[in-house]
Design a protein around this ligand. Structure first.
Ligand code: XMP
Length: 327
């Protein structure tokens, strides 16, 4: 297929009407491209793959097969939301794979950050390819590639193929219906397609998930502490109108313990670190000024509700010298 590019004079999609026109046009194009064949999509639940899924469900219904791989490093409630929105509400053909044990077993005792990332990426491709082989008659692979991905790959900053790295015999033709859109346009299109706000306007979340917020070798109990404290932070930010205002916020649980007191007894437990930053392009970042009362409330909730935690710290470090994530 000829390379499709964003026209220089394309009007930025900022209104529901413009989004609807884009959706109608893409639905037609996808129907023409795919015909009566089947399309496979790795549906992470992130903005881009979710919007592609919703668009393709509208265009080709059950000819789309979505595969949601739960690598065990997702945020609390994420796999459940993917199943609820796509299988229950949109009636999608969704294959859900709980590969938690597979990933965590491979990651056991692995301390090096880059090795962890490689294992997570490699295992993801393997699980996805295994599922693809179980399906008959797939000819297309849909991807949530967006315009900045194309520009960055042209500049040599990063490779843009999200599912790149599939085995060579899996030779699918690509379907990339949002590839000429900027992120803000993808969100508006997603909203028009009926996706929930907390899916469309969500903060960035790294592919290796909570794995990079559980520094060093990942253990199940420390990972649970990351997941539970992250859920509390997100709930409190939503309640206090910080969701959508702060660019990225999360918790980290490093592999060290300190002495404290719980229920009148000595405790020796982990610390939760809260990070909340603002940025334009993630190259530099400043730290959010969280109200002190909210901070105190977060400390109370996290130490009371998250097993194995007796302290809560706030990371005041901008980028540079820190990065946004911890590893
Ligand atoms: P850093 O930590 O480099 O993060 O300041 C900048 C932005 O990139 C995200 N990030 C990742 N995203 N895979 C991803 O998909 C990764 O391995 C990864 N590492 C960092 C990070 O969440 C932040 O938004």
């Amino acid at each position: 297929m000829e390379e499709i590019r964003r026209p220089d004079d394309m009007v930025r999609i900022t209104t529901p009407e413009l989004a609807q026109a884009f959706i109608e046009e893409q639905v037609k194009l996808v129907q023409e491209q795919v015909g009566d064949k089947k399309v496979l999509l790795a549906l992470s639940g992130g903005v881009d793959s979710s919007v592609v899924a919703a668009l393709l469900i509208k265009a080709i219904g059950k000819q789309l097969v979505c595969v949601h791989v739960n690598h065990g490093l997702l945020r609390k409630g994420e796999p459940e939301q993917v199943i609820e929105v796509f299988r229950n509400q949109m009636n999608a053909n969704l294959v859900y794979v709980d590969a938690t044990d597979r990933f965590l077993d491979k990651l056991a005792n692995v301390e090096d950050p880059e090795t962890k990332r490689k294992i997570i990426g490699g295992e993801f491709i393997e699980v996805f390819a295994e599922e693809a082989r179980k399906l008959d008659g797939i000819e297309f692979l849909a991807q949530g590639t967006i315009w900045p991905d194309i520009l960055e790959s042209e500049k040599g900053i990063k490779a843009h193929h999200n599912a790149g790295g599939l085995p060579e015999d899996m030779n699918f033709e690509l379907v990339e219906p949002v590839k000429i859109l900027f992120k803000d346009e993808v969100r508006i299109v997603g909203k028009e397609l009926g996706l929930p706000d907390n899916m469309v306007f969500r903060q960035p979340f790294p592919g290796p998930g909570l794995g990079v917020r559980c520094p060093g070798a990942i253990t199940r109990d420390r990972l649970e502490a990351v997941r539970e404290s992250d859920a509390i932070l997100r709930e409190e930010f939503a309640k206090n109108n910080l969701e959508g205002k702060v660019w990225q916020y999360f918790t980290v649980v490093p592999d060290f313990k300190s002495t404290g007191i719980k229920n009148g007894k000595r405790s020796f437990e982990w610390s939760v670190i809260i990070r909340a930053v603002n940025t334009q392009d993630a190259m530099t970042a400043t730290v959010e000024n969280i109200p002190f009362e909210l901070m105190q409330h977060l400390v109370e909730r996290i130490t009371a509700e998250v097993p194995g935690v007796n302290r809560v710290l706030y990371d005041f470090t901008p980028k540079p010298t820190g990065t946004i994530e911890f590893e």
